[in-house]
Design a protein around this ligand. Sequence first.
Ligand code: SAH
Ligand code: SF4
Ligand code: F3S
Length: 442
Amino acid sequence: MKKVYIDTMGCQMNKSDTERMLGMLSHFDYEETKIPEEADLLMVNTCSIRQLSEDKSFSAVGTWGKWKKELKKNIKIGFCGCVAQQKAEEIFKRAPYVDFVLGTHKIYALPEIIKRINNGEKVCECAETNKTEDDLAKNYEIERVKGVNAWIPITEGCNNFCTYCIVPYTRGRERSRQPELIIKEAKDALLSGYKEITLLGQNVDSYGKDFKDKNYRLAQLLRDLNALEGNFRIRFVTSYPTDITDELIKTAVESDKVCEYFHIPMQSGSTPVLKAMNRRYTREEYAKIVRKIRDMVPDVTITSDFIAGFPGETEEQFRETLTAIDEFELDYCNVAAYSPREKTVAAKWVDKFIPEDVKDERFQRLNKKIQENCLKSNKKYVGHEMEVLIENFYEHKGKMINTGKTRNFKTVHIESDMDLTGQFVNVKITEAKTWYLKGIQS
Ligand code: SAH
Ligand code: SF4
Ligand code: F3S
């Protein structure tokens, strides 16, 4: 057996692609190693969402390039993922020691690529396919990260072209995967012992919009998955605010396995900024959706993403983001300072760019606000009984801790000498911390 090491950056979509690539490689006598020094094949699965992520990809392969050159190691190096899709052959110029570049559209070309690089070729596979590769997916099992949660992509790509975002360029147009294949992957994961299925997509709630032969949307998929036998949970991320239909919310409520959790990136609390971002909703429309979900789904957790310092954002407009987090009682948010991305519309608005120090200061204020709100949100659950799916068991300062998630995506720490990984445990919440809850098994 040869050994492969994959450094995976970016979102769960990349993590899922890595699991698929490891599955394919296992057919060709490669087993995964977590130690790069002992690998025969080194791959980086890159993210391009911000400049910093892109830079990180190149520094990873840089080290491996040195091993190859200075230590004359007989290793092969692969550059995959979103930066690969975007830059294609350019990668070879910047990193000549790379043996192959593989974009996000063609991951199923990997076995063929391995044959070719082993014959001494340099290979670049970055053409856009604009179709899902489900026929090929059927030929390979998936080597999932060990744990309780299985990620299953349901849509790939994005058609929204938000003016700051690179994803439509790195993942192509939106394509929905066939329900039969998703359901099969879910069944396989459940048979292997996974206890949670997370459906993935840039906009999961537009699933099925592109099916010409049938009317089959996310709500239907949730119902079909919910009907599978066994005790397990279903989650779905990410939702685009205005694509969340009443039917979807109702289905989530009625399907016992679907969890009380919505991740709905708002990006800015200011309507003019949203317009400049090409987000298709106003502050008020976002408010309406959140209110509706809170009314229909008891104890729901709603999380969001925000960008600080979008080109042209004024101090007043930024404050509207702070007030949005309070007003909509967002339970947790990911935040980032705006980073200009090649090819995107906003990257051309150089005269409107916000100075780095202002962006950073806004980013810090956003973080502070999120910390406060997260603690506030956690405090609501002290004294409650909650079902926790245990994900991890480890030692911390001489104590044994089980950690897991509630249905509504709160992290809970439970002291216990028994490894409860993979079990659903009823827990009484005793204390709220900023980022997690503490509880005792009840
Ligand atoms: N499809 C999802 C988000 C995908 S990208 C959605 O529409 O919400 C994940 C997050 O990265 C985004 O929600 C956004 O907050 C952030 N992001 C994307 N492009 C960015 C950029 N150029 N600078 C800073 N943050 C960015
Ligand atoms: Fe990017 Fe917007 Fe698509 Fe999300 S919806 S992936 S932010 S372009
Ligand atoms: Fe990054 Fe690509 Fe995901 S740009 S956030 S890895 S879709």
